[in-house]
Design a protein around this ligand. Structure first.
Ligand SMILES: Cc1cc2nc3c(=O)[nH]c(=O)nc-3n(C[C@H](O)[C@H](O)[C@H](O)COP(=O)(O)OP(=O)(O)OC[C@H]3O[C@@H](n4cnc5c(N)ncnc54)[C@H](O)[C@@H]3O)c2cc1C
Length: 429
């Protein structure tokens, strides 16, 4: 690849305790929890709105917040607060009321007890409200593009804002981009997709339809096969999650652009199948299509601990656990030729250790959300939104402990982190 050397002065936009990159489920919770714990926080999001895959990707429902069999609630904290705030807009159905095998789970039974259907637009409002009320500053329409490192630390980050390149200085950084964009630029070892071949799980362009005859769809649910998977939302729309686009590199513009082009035709195809072959959807209309391609997997960081498939299937209870989750290893086939998903039974619940958010080779960075340090197959469950929120909340508090006690992120007292998480309503046992 040929290259040029570019050099210019870049305006320093501001100086913060923590800069959080990426405003998806993990990033919003990281920013809110850091700000509520007294830090000066800047949250940076590339797209116009907060929510990540939940809003720009139109993904939903929030996957289960209960254990494997749906008996005990195991995600709380900011996740609960988001649900409570959505309730005020009648834009959510409480997970306690949700059973598996209904129109809200596309009739899927396994691991689908107590999912949380929500309406994406109201989620944008709620997340924006939470960030602003917390005192964190917010920059949307602003993309992280590079960083300046010194002595194993990130000193400055370079952002592409509508006004041009700007620079931000912070003591600590939380990478919630889902593609480990910051970690990769900071020299953290990363890998994309599965370890053996580098192939990620496929992407999907989500869309919503209105005008569904619920009774028709309900009758269809009794049959074993449905032509298209659709999940009802509180407003009565259905989120459609159907075709796959394979081998998309979400950290590469050309790959994303080409995949998105293909996915638009898949939406038309799925719409056709819905109207012609899916009982209850004969008169449905597309109401909106996601603005961003749904990306299930991109980069993973190499962290101080890499969660394994065995940890998820045995439920290894780490001393430094900061979150618990109970959704199955939902790993979609990585090519058209492969059939079926990777299936290994999980423990009743499994744990996420703080060390899996701590990247190698960088001393002032945490990585929360789906890019955490985890075997590719094992991330299949904990990539879901409730788990991403729980990780973000923990990362924000970890930063507060580091700054307030003048220690590094590696040096924080993890039992103090766990105590603060419990006090904030999070569940870690
Ligand atoms: C098709 C599909 C269906 C799914 N279904 C479900 C489901 O039903 N239930 C469930 O719970 N989970 C589901 N998931 C998984 C879930 O949506 C994601 O794994 C989850 O959103 C991860 O949260 P995150 O915060 O790690 O990342 P994301 O949600 O991906 O958020 C990352 C954010 O970072 C921003 N960003 C990226 N790069 C930059 C940059 N350089 N600078 C600034 N900002 C940047 C992005 O714009 C985005 O807002 C699904 C995912 C897909 C793709």
């Amino acid at each position: 690849m040929s290259a040029i050397h570019y050099s210019n002065d870049i305006e320093i936009y501001g100086e913060y305790d923590v800069a959080v990159l990426g405003g998806g489920p993990s990033g919003v919770c990281a920013a809110v929890s850091a700000a509520r714990n007294g830090l000066r926080v800047l949250l940076i999001e590339a797209s116009p709105s907060l929510g990540g895959m939940a809003t720009i990707g139109q993904v939903g429902p929030f996957m289960t917040c209960y254990d494997r069999d749906g008996n005990k609630k195991i995600v709380g904290g900011l996740f609960d607060e988001i649900i409570d705030r959505l309730k005020k807009h009648s834009a959510v159905i409480s997970p306690d009321e949700m059973e598996a095998s209904t129109v809200y789970t596309s009739f899927i039974k396994k691991y689908h007890r107590h999912v949380t259907p929500f309406d994406s637009f109201y989620l944008e409002i709620v997340l924006d409200e939470m960030v602003r009320e917390s005192g964190a500053e917010l920059l949307c329409y602003t993309q992280f593009c590079d960083c300046v490192t010194e002595g194993g630390k990130i000193k400055h980050i370079i952002l592409n804002a509508p006004e041009g390149l700007i620079c931000v200085k912070a003591s600590l950084f939380i990478d919630c981009t889902g593609i480990a964009a910051v970690a990769a630029k900071a020299g953290v070892p990363t890998y994309k997709g599965d370890e053996a071949r580098g192939i990620p799980q496929p992407g999907t362009l989500m869309f919503e339809v209105v005008g569904v005859d619920d009774r028709g769809y309900e009758a269809l649910g009794a049959r074993p096969e449905r032509p298209v998977k659709a999940y009802k939302t509180p407003s009565g729309r259905y989120k459609v999650n159907h075709y796959h686009v394979y081998n998309v590199d979400a950290a590469n513009a050309k790959s994303l652009t080409d995949a998105h082009s293909k996915a638009r035709y898949q939406v038309l195809d799925a719409y056709d199948v819905l109207r012609k072959k899916t009982q209850g959807f004969e008169n449905c209309e597309i109401s909106n299509v996601a603005t961003a391609l749904g990306v299930r997997e991109s980069r993973h960081i190499e962290g101080e601990y890499k969660i394994t498939v065995e940890d998820v299937s045995k439920g290894t209870k780490f001393d430094d656990r900061i979150a618990v989750y109970g959704f199955g290893m939902d790993v979609h086939n990585r090519s058209e030729a492969e059939s079926g998903n990777f299936k290994i039974e999980i423990a009743e619940k499994y744990y996420i250790p703080y060390r899996s958010l701590l990247p190698k080779n960088c001393n002032n960075l945490l990585v929360a959300g789906k890019a955490l340090s985890c075997e590719s197959q094992a991330v299949g469950g904990m990539r879901c939104m409730p788990a991403a929120m729980a990780m973000g909340q923990a990362a924000g508090i970890a930063c507060a402990l580091a700054i307030n006690n003048c220690v590094t992120l590696r040096g924080i007292d993890v039992s103090a982190l766990q105590a603060k998480l419990r006090a904030a309503g999070a569940i870690i046992d």
